[in-house]
Design a protein around this ligand. Structure first.
Ligand SMILES: Nc1nc2c(ncn2[C@@H]2O[C@H](COP(=O)(O)OP(=O)(O)OP(=O)(O)O)[C@@H](O)[C@H]2O)c(=O)[nH]1
Ligand SMILES: [Mg+2]
Length: 400
């Protein structure tokens, strides 16, 4: 997972700088006052150098037009956004269709279809499959030992009954984290999106913009990933595509300043939901992690309750390393909800169970593809049904 990251050349390392002086209006003065009171993070150590994700094959094309000035609204002109296949109407595919490619689903399917005999070997294999699928050693062992005890008590007539018990146990593990994100009750409701490089933050923000816009909420995006011009453009393209305004100060601006400005703008326009993007950072990069803390502190100067949600985006293919990532981000910026992306591909899927068991943090959404509609509110039963449908039992019977 880490192998594709490359270091950004030193020459391109930006200093976090003040916005364009031409835009030094009263709100910027207010901002500087606030920033002055906030303890600045330590300057990045050499080891904190930011890593950049590779060119993203599927990143939206850049929006037309030059960089916007400080605090300027990037107009959501429809022409600014790329028209991709997601804007055309494609049938919404089921959880099962999306999740069946995962290693978790494939190996368990094979196990139950091939191995009809209900015995200890089946349970041993099941344990291996769960561990390999990133469910985590402790959780897998606990799950299997519980099933083994029940099997020895002859509670299961056949492997099909064992499958039903496994499905139920998996749903029970996920139910406590099935807590949807409610964005009403605060105006604007501020969502700060964090996570490591390439996890799917910006794409998830685009999908959220689409979802909340479709729900007739007013949405604004803040381009807090000021490290790469392409990142700002990527967010502007999502904004344009969904007819949602984007607040930017361009590349190299201070991320806290952009997000602070955006909150002021969102307030004055009575926006329902403000979603702030941030640059990807490794959880081991101390200086950059501190920057997140600074963003949260600056927002509190305007609204002590903000950010109302710190949404951490996790790449579902990350494996057990996701646990370390969440721990670090949680300690620095107080993560309140998770999104697990890329579960449509060959992700092992089991990391969702490991996260649920380790943190108990709400899993708000899962990403099942790259299009705007490929974000689902997390649903424990639908997720388990997608990974391991009850109908596997009948395919097992068919398979003889
Ligand atoms: N298959 C699949 N791809 C996804 C999903 N979510 C995001 N992606 C892809 O993952 C890649 C990275 O997504 P971004 O949204 O740019 O990730 P990011 O976290 O903003 O990355 P940085 O800004 O570089 O830290 C893009 O190619 C996305 O299309 C998903 O749910 N499924
Ligand atoms: Mg991004």
């Amino acid at each position: 997972m880490l192998k594709f990251w490359k270091k950004k050349p030193a020459a391109a390392e930006p200093e976090t700088s003040a916005a364009d002086p031409a835009a030094a209006d009263s709100s910027v003065h207010a901002l500087h006052e606030v920033l002055a009171q906030v303890v600045a993070p330590e300057p990045p150590r050499p080891s904190d150098r930011r890593f950049v994700a590779p060119d993203l094959e599927n990143a939206p094309a850049t929006a037309a037009g030059a960089e916007t000035a400080a605090g300027q609204l990037a107009d959501a002109a429809p022409s600014a956004g790329p028209v991709t296949s997601e804007t055309t109407i494609t049938p919404r595919r089921s959880w099962r269709e999306r999740l069946s490619g995962s290693a978790f689903s494939r190996t368990l399917t094979t196990l139950f279809v091939r191995n009809a005999a209900l015995d200890d070997d089946l349970l041993d294999e099941l344990e291996t499959v769960l561990i390999t699928a990133d469910v985590g050693v402790e959780a897998s062992t606990a799950l299997v030992e519980h099933l083994r005890t029940r099997m020895h008590k002859r509670e299961f007539a056949d492997a099909n009954a064992l499958l039903a018990a496994l499905r139920q146990a998996l749903v029970e593990q996920l139910k406590p984290v099935e807590t949807p994100l409610r964005v009403s009750g605060q105006q604007p409701f501020v969502v700060l999106v964090v996570g490591i490089n390439g996890a799917g933050k910006t794409t998830t923000i685009g999908k959220l913009a689409r979802r909340w816009h479709d729900e007739k909420r007013t949405v604004m995006l803040a381009a807090g990933d000021t490290f790469r011009a392409a990142a700002v453009e990527q967010l502007k393209a999502w904004g344009a595509r969904n007819d949602v305004p984007v607040i930017t100060q361009g590349q190299d601006a201070d991320a806290a300043s952009v997000i602070f400005d955006a909150l002021q703008a969102a307030r004055s326009r009575h926006i329902d939901v403000l979603v702030a993007d941030t640059a990807g950072r490794l959880h081991t990069q101390g200086g950059l992690m501190d920057e997140l803390g600074k963003i949260a502190r600056v927002l509190k100067k305007l609204d002590p309750a903000a950010p109302h949600e710190v949404l951490m985006v996790i790449d579902g293919t990350t494996g057990q390393n996701a646990i370390n990532q969440v721990r670090q981000f949680r300690d620095i910026v107080g993560v309140t909800g998770l999104v697990v992306t890329k579960l449509d591909g060959t992700a092992k899927g089991g990391v969702v169970f490991a996260l649920a068991r380790e943190f108990g943090l709400p899993i708000r959404f899962i990403g099942l593809g790259e299009a705007a509609t490929d974000l689902r509110v997390f649903d424990a039963q639908a997720f388990v049904d997608g990974l391991l449908p009850a109908s596997l039992g009948s395919s097992q019977a068919d398979a003889g």
